[in-house]
Design a protein around this ligand. Structure first.
Ligand SMILES: *Cc1c(COP(=O)(O)O)cnc(C)c1O
Length: 414
């Protein structure tokens, strides 16, 4: 850096590549995130490389969007092939990619139909609109009266309607007025859910495991009980599997752990293989066919590139390899972290290769542990205050998992 006289500023040292990029980010990109101080420029499998050439094990995996790792060769090849052929038609015309993708996704979820969107929040919005319309046209709820029950601690995205039923003050403050029509009950409390449902209720919207809340797993049998309750009162059960779905928990869907089939699956994140935003809802036609031409849509939703990538993701899931890896690697991670409970860690919640680690307040905060993990070459993100959420790509090796556990042990040993 030089001053206006052309002489070097004596006070400022040359910036490292890392510092220069962080400065640019902070100057021009809105401060709606608080990133760790690392600038990434490449990724392969479970590992990423920063602008200084340092390598890190990625234990956030794009909030589970990167379940199959960075630059999965099969996904990259399919995307590249489709990129040069056809990427967007708009839904004003048919294309040769959406049909096969919709069929395969419907079959994967055991549903009859699919409505494709782009971001997770858009898919949640789609589910909300679907439930309301189904409520008025099929269930016979009085116009304007529909209610949807959601859960305390939920995370379903960032739109004005979705934050209207968030219980996180950081997500909601100063965004009022909020969209009406939602009731919020404690997660895992069946009696509270039952009490919140009345003749206006069209849907129960829940995450089968709450990711952003810190990998919160509901009591055993809860999802089954919600399923039974929804059946008995003619209410749609809508499972937001955007983060929990597509092999992360050791099964294709987190609902599979309780053999529960929701009326509506809400999917995103890993559906785009970490390459591209791809989201969708799936449901049977008696529900989804209340959506008619012109009443809902998206310019990019279900475009040929998205459909091609999404279909390849489904083909990868059909091998079962990643569900199995999530289970075996997850057992290894849970065993390693479990040994730290009482030694700097208060609790570990894990399902598949997905763990929430509650750091003892006496030891540290979740954020500080993530900063220490960064020094050990591991990328992770705190969820809430004391919790570190771990979700390595499912392509990680056993050695990668051991590395993560060893780093945690070292940090906990202080
Ligand atoms: C990430 C997430 C969303 C929102 O997805 P976006 O693509 O960020 O809009 C919704 N629900 C859950 C459970 C999520 O984890």
């Amino acid at each position: 850096m030089t001053s206006s006289t052309g002489t070097p500023e004596t006070s400022s040292l040359p910036l490292s590549d890392t510092e220069a990029h962080i400065e640019l980010n902070e100057a021009y990109a809105a401060h709606n995130y608080h990133p760790l101080r690392v600038v990434l420029s490449a990724g392969e499998g479970a590992w990423v490389t920063d602008v200084e050439g340092r390598r890190y094990l990625d234990c956030l995996a794009g909030y589970s969007a990167l379940n199959f790792g960075h630059a999965h060769p099969r996904l990259v090849a399919r995307a590249q092939e489709q990129l040069g052929r056809l990427t967007l038609t708009s839904r004003a015309f048919y294309d040769d990619q959406l049909g096969p993708f919709a069929r395969d996704l419907a079959r994967l979820t055991g549903k009859e139909m699919v409505l494709p969107m782009n971001s997770g929040a858009e898919a949640v919005e789609t589910a909300i609109k679907l439930a309301r319309k189904w409520g008025y046209l099929v269930k016979g709820v009085a116009e304007n009266q529909a209610t949807i029950v959601a859960m305390e601690g939920n995370f379903h995205g960032r739109t004005t309607t979705i934050v209207s039923f968030s219980t996180d003050p950081t997500a909601t403050a100063h965004y009022a007025p909020y969209t009406p029509g939602f009731r919020v009950v404690p997660y895992g409390d069946l009696a509270a859910l039952e009490a919140a449902i009345d003749e206006t209720t069209v849907a129960v919207l829940l995450e089968p495991i709450q990711g952003e809340a810190g990998v919160i797993i509901p009591p055993d049998g809860y999802l089954q009980q919600v399923r039974t309750l929804c059946n008995s009162v003619d209410v749609l059960m809508m499972a937001d599997e955007i983060q929990s779905g597509l092999a992360r928990t050791g099964r294709t869907f987190a609902c599979d752990h309780e053999d529960v089939v929701p009326d509506v699956y809400v999917l995103g994140k890993a559906l785009g293989g970490g390459l591209y935003p791809v989201s969708a809802i799936t449901a049977d036609s008696d529900v989804l066919e209340v959506i008619t031409p012109g009443s809902h849509g998206s310019t990019f939703g279900g475009n040929p590139l998205a459909a091609a990538i999404g279909r390849e993701v489904i083909a990868i899931l059909h091998t079962g390899e990643f569900q199995e890896r999530a289970e075996t690697l997850g057992d290894r991670l849970a065993a390693g972290l479990g040994s730290l409970v009482g030694q700097g860690v208060d609790a570990v919640r894990a399902r598949g290769l997905w763990a929430g680690v509650d750091v003892s307040p006496e030891l540290s905060t979740g954020r500080h542990v993530c900063e220490q993990l960064l020094d050990h070459g591991i990328l992770a993100k705190d969820a809430h205050g004391q919790t570190v959420r771990l979700a390595p790509p499912l392509v990680a090796s056993e050695d990668d998992i051991d590395l993560l556990v060893t780093a945690f042990q070292t940090i906990c040993a202080g």
